[in-house]
Design a protein around this ligand. Structure first.
Ligand code: KG4
Ligand code: ZN
Length: 327
């Protein structure tokens, strides 16, 4: 058995996990900072990095204890993209313990981690596949022909879809983070009640745009005095428009590339409406990450690192974090 310690600190969750053979999660500890950042309506970077330093050693000790592993076979950590201060905490910590234990260090791209979350199950997807990456910072269609090879086919030209959920939640007076709040508010709402735009549907490219959708909600609230009293309808209509645009471009990408497998990745993968629509409307095999590993966590980083280790892709202790690391 190969055990990997995975550390994720790119944003506002401290995630530490131990994963066996790239697929069996022995421990997955996440210290969320949501309650700390809530009063600011979003993540405050300086507060986030300080909080990571406060909890990372205890959390690591706890994860190793739960896993029953004294020293893992390798140490994996998110190298980027993300908040520089937060990344630094995780990477410095990972380097220190890798050095102390004399074990390989593996730097992982945050999005590669999200893609590998779908591997944390009994029947993981095989390569090649297409990945739909939907998080707070990314909205991308990624061609994955072989392990650790990526080609971005399309991406958002403005807001990421998760960012759009967060901003619209704020407009609707719903708490941060917006994704889960909107999903909850949309329960029982009519997804056709308000007609919101689906951007770039007829465009030949595979890019997305989400700033127009956010503005459309803003204008509806401004111009329709009764709208704010119909919160479930508003939330459901917004969610449907956001999901429709993802579906349309994903179907287009599957058609154009001839891909037969789709892997969903990123925090917005937790959205139930998106999951059910993908299962219903995508022609091909759809692989959804388990709910427990959709949001930022250490297990997905360890899963990606397990494959990297098997491909001989380890890193020297001199690697540095990169807030804008390309995939
Ligand atoms: O991947 P993630 O945890 O962090 C980033 O890498 O950005 O994704 C966080 C994003 C947030 O924008 C959050 O609102 C969104 O994922 N999200 C959701 C849901 N749960 C989280 N969006 C829609 N529906 C959800 N259930
Ligand atoms: Zn993420």
């Amino acid at each position: 058995m190969t055990s990997i310690l995975g550390i994720e600190t790119s944003c506002d969750e401290t995630g530490v996990a131990v994963v066996a053979d790239g697929r069996r999660v022995l421990a997955n500890e996440v210290a969320s900072q949501i309650d700390i950042h809530k009063e600011f309506g979003g993540v405050v970077p300086e507060i986030a990095s300080r909080q990571h330093t406060r909890v990372i050693s205890q959390l690591t000790r706890k994860a190793l204890g739960i896993a029953g592993i004294e020293i893992p076979d390798a140490v994996a950590v998110t190298r980027g993209p993300g908040l520089m201060g937060s990344l630094l905490v995780g990477l410095c910590f990972a380097k220190a313990i890798a050095y102390a234990w004399n074990k390989p260090l593996i730097g992982v791209h945050h999005i590669e981690g999200h893609i590998f979350a779908a591997m944390l199950c009994d029947s993981p997807p095989e390569f090649p596949f297409l990945a739909l990456v939907v998080s707070g910072g990314h909205t991308q269609l990624v061609d994955c022909p072989a392990p650790h090879q990526y080609a971005i086919l399309g991406a958002t030209r403005d807001d990421a879809v998760g960012e759009c959920f967060d901003k619209v939640a704020r407009l609707l007076g719903l708490p941060y983070p917006g994704g889960p709040s909107i999903q909850k508010a949309a329960e029982g709402g009519d997804p056709q009640a308000f007609r919101f735009p689906r951007a770039m549907l007829d465009a030949p490219h595979l890019d997305f745009s989400y700033s127009g959708l956010k503005t459309a909600v803003l204008y509806t609230l401004r111009d329709d005095p009764g709208a704010k009293d119909r919160l479930p309808d508003l939330a459901a209509s917004f969610q449907e428009a956001a999901v429709d645009a993802l579906l349309a471009k994903t179907r287009q990408a599957m058609r154009e590339t001839g891909a037969r497998r789709l892997v969903l990745a990123g925090g917005v993968a937790a959205n139930r409406r998106l999951r059910e629509r993908l299962l219903a409307d995508i022609d091909g095999d759809v692989f959804l990450p388990p709910f427990a590993y959709c949001l930022d966590n250490g297990a997905m980083i360890a899963a990606a690192a397990d494959s990297r280790l098997r491909h001989g892709l380890t890193d020297p202790l001199t690697i540095t974090p990169d807030a804008a690391l390309p995939l």
